[in-house]
Design a protein around this ligand. Sequence first.
Ligand SMILES: Cc1ncc(COP(=O)(O)O)c(C=O)c1O
Length: 410
Amino acid sequence: MSEFILARQNGRTIPKEDRIFGISNRAKAAIAEKGRDKVVNGTIGALLDDEGGLVVLQSVDEVFRQLEPNDYAEYAPIGGTAPFREAVKKAAFGDHVPEGFIEAVATPGGTGSLRNVISNYSEPGDSVLTSDWHWAPYGTIAGEIGRKVAVFEMFTKDREFNVGSFRAKCSELLAVQNSLVIILNTPAHNPTGYSLTLEDWDAVIDVLKDEAAGGKAIALLVDAAYIDFAGDEEEYRRFIPKLSALPENVLSIVAYSLSKTFTLYGARCGAMICVAKTPEIAAEFRRVCEYSSRGSWSNTARIAQVILSRIYSDSELLEKVNAERKKYRDMLAARGRAFGEAAAECGLEIVPYDAGFFVSVPCDDPDAVSRRLEEQDVFLVPLAKGIRVSVASIPESACRRIPPMIKAAL
Ligand SMILES: Cc1ncc(COP(=O)(O)O)c(C=O)c1O
């Protein structure tokens, strides 16, 4: 039976309030009442400075301020402007351009790429495979278009990437579906901060080669939303050429986002970039994804496309942007390290963390733990298997202070 008055349920469970925004609002109210230094708001998925202000790259803002009206007022082509489509391939791949036929389609953030991949490379009713620790909107995006999310266990008991579980789930789903979409969010995974190692990647590629032998279509979506906040940009792109080893019936697609990399969260821009074995598969990718864009958001906002194209047409400007980002990435890395050290000192177990915006703490009753922490003005996000701490949104001092509090709350 539907819980709605006039709206249709359509198989979805729609909460009255977005959980994360609810906690975040309580955190903001606590800050207003007691002061910023008394409250830890570790719920926000954006990089904040130590004073709680949104980090905006000044070098990107300067480009923004030089725009002419036509740069933002005019419609962009459905698949993105030609300079953007070239620039975004450079931004996504850096020096690690994979072999194959590459096409880029502009999307409103990485979110748009996720939606278009699921709608074009799976069938209604299918399950899309991702890890048990994952960004909750994967389920929302899949559910909106009549798909579900199935999960493999991300880690073994020895805290390594669980290739065995990945293999088992791929086989299980391919036995009952005509095709399979797989989402791997790496590097600097949300919510754990894990980055697949090059060895993990070799193992993933081996599994996919084996699974593809049955001839079914597989789409591997690499959600690279945090790739430029993982560590050295080139080092963290070394896995990309490995995608070229996949056979014809496995299409890899990188979901690249300008939200974090260029601090353009609200400008809603990203791209889905395929690495295909044949020109026909690449052309089909562009055709079906542009069609889906037309039928959902139409075209992507032009403004961020122009900004990215400008940055990539001026090597000095690009260097300036990269240098500025590095400063903030180092700040983020110091916070992650501080949290890890404080956790080790007090014996708090965390999920394997490499880099990025979030650290996760496994626990049995995340809601109860988060409630207990809220009573002490520490606001974190309860997930299915633990608690997520956004080190991106709290200062290093808080990263050192809260692990013993979490330990006590457990
Ligand atoms: C794991 C993950 N993927 C994708 C995104 C997409 O963000 P956007 O649509 O702003 O690019 C986010 C944003 O928080 C994310 O955490």
